[in-house]
Design a protein around this ligand. Structure first.
Ligand code: NZQ
Ligand code: ZN
Length: 381
């Protein structure tokens, strides 16, 4: 085990905490509030943010779409430059927060912002940003990653930088009262897969990371089993905190990781517009079956510790079945056809996308090549 770890995002957690923005942002800052399609205007979040920013210089930029588009975000970059704004407050789910990270970085770069996603520009500098989370799922509110889409070329790519960690994140569980059921189910699945991709590899005797990952997975299973109780304060608070911890970097330190499900999922969203979490529910079971031999020890450990399954020889396979059933019980599709995609060229297209984006050796052992991706997507049809 070898790592350096720091998570610089201050967390303000609990009911009424949106008011803490007032102290978290220096009064001299000129703020751009970035948000999505407008849910914050009808659920009271926008009003609370406005009250906390009372007396400040601030403007707003709405219309960031799910799977945020660089074409939209570049308009926010132009607005910040024109108005001389110097702080970004992202108010929304992963898409708004990711999009705000891109805007923060692109404002400090003179070239074409898409260079950031192509890796041609490595982000060392960005405007400071804060986040008010409205959808527990991605962990974006306290990590340094962002996923941005270019609609014109149907590409969805990732960048990460220490410079775009939010300075603070407000997690008020009350704000998720207005979330549609589908987004709650998506959030549970996304967080679950984030833990899996840092845990379902091979054993390295990392007791802290394994133990904490298992707690988070058990929480997500219990939250799913208690889905009917989701209108309670404790359900909401545990969901929001668990999803945050799933991807704030802690459980991934010093251990092998496998982000192949996410990378394949991003290609599926870019090509067919399937929701992020749904692509994961489709890809993960097929990927685990394909990689059974490499992952069987951790799969068995997960079966025992998370699903309480009996330790027979076929435990790894039964663990995969339990994961798939969990997704099904949440009403999330686990096959491409169930998500409405019947394209016979899907496996070919996605494998070509993975290869075209330079991802020739995915997985913790680098054995998930574009050919293996083709097999996985074909098996998920
Ligand atoms: O746009 P509005 O009107 O706000 O509606 C949104 C959107 O339609 C709605 N919503 C959010 N909060 C709400 C609400 N509706 C009612 N009440 C609320 N409180 O939910 C819809 C989906 O929002 P979105 O932000 O797209 O969802 P999510 O948080 O799942 O984010 C998905 C994006 O994050 C990326 C994904 O690839 C995808 O682009 N990811 C980012 C990661 C990261 N930065 O670390 C990791 C993740 O794995 C993921 O890849
Ligand atoms: Zn995700």
């Amino acid at each position: 085990m070898k790592f350096s770890y720091s998570n610089p995002t201050a967390i303000h957690f609990g009911q009424g905490k949106i008011a803490s923005i007032a102290k978290a942002i220096d009064p001299s800052r000129k703020v751009l509030v970035i948000y999505g399609g407008g849910s914050i205007k009808t659920n009271g979040v926008y009003d609370q943010v406005g009250a906390a920013l009372e007396g400040r210089t601030w403007m707003e930029f709405g219309g960031v779409e799910p799977n945020p588009a660089v074409e939209t975000l570049d308009k926010a970059v132009a607005l910040i430059r024109k108005e001389g704004l110097d702080y970004i407050l992202a108010v929304g789910g992963g898409s708004v927060i990711d999009g705000s990270k891109y805007v923060a970085a692109a404002c400090c770069y003179d070239g074409n912002g898409w260079d950031i996603l192509l890796g041609k520009h490595r982000v060392k500098q960005a405007l400071p940003l804060g986040a008010v989370l409205t959808l527990p799922a991605t962990g974006s509110e306290s990590n340094g990653g962002a996923v941005i889409t270019r609609r014109t070329t149907k590409e969805k790519l990732v960048f990460s930088s220490d410079a775009v960690y939010p300075r603070f994140a407000v997690l008020d569980p009350d704000v998720i009262k207005s979330l549609p059921e589908k987004q709650i189910a998506n959030g549970l699945v996304d967080a679950f897969v984030h833990v899996c991709e840092q845990y379902l590899t091979y054993p390295v005797q990392a007791w802290v990371q394994d133990g904490y990952a298992e707690v988070l997975l058990r929480n997500l299973v219990n939250l799913s089993l208690q889905f009917k109780e989701r209108d309670s304060d404790s359900w909401r608070a545990n969901f929001m905190w668990t999803a945050n911890q799933a991807l704030n970097g802690l459980i991934g330190v010093g251990v092998p990781q496998d982000w192949a499900t996410h990378m394949i999922g991003h290609e599926l969203t870019a090509e067919y517009g399937i929701d992020h979490a749904r692509t994961l529910a489709i890809v993960l079971p097929a990927l685990l079956r394909n990689q059974l031999e490499n992952k069987k020890v951790k799969l068995a450990q997960m079966g025992r510790s998370v699903f309480n399954l009996a330790p027979d020889v076929d435990l790894p396979q039964r663990t995969i079945n339990a994961i798939e059933q969990l997704f099904r019980d949440l009403g999330v599709p686990v096959r491409l056809s169930e998500a409405g995609v019947t394209d016979p060229k899907a496996a070919e297209l996605i494998a070509a996308g993975i290869e075209g984006h330079g991802m020739r050796k995915l997985g913790e052992k680098g054995v998930i090549t574009p050919d293996v991706v083709r097999e996985i997507v074909a098996a998920a049809a």
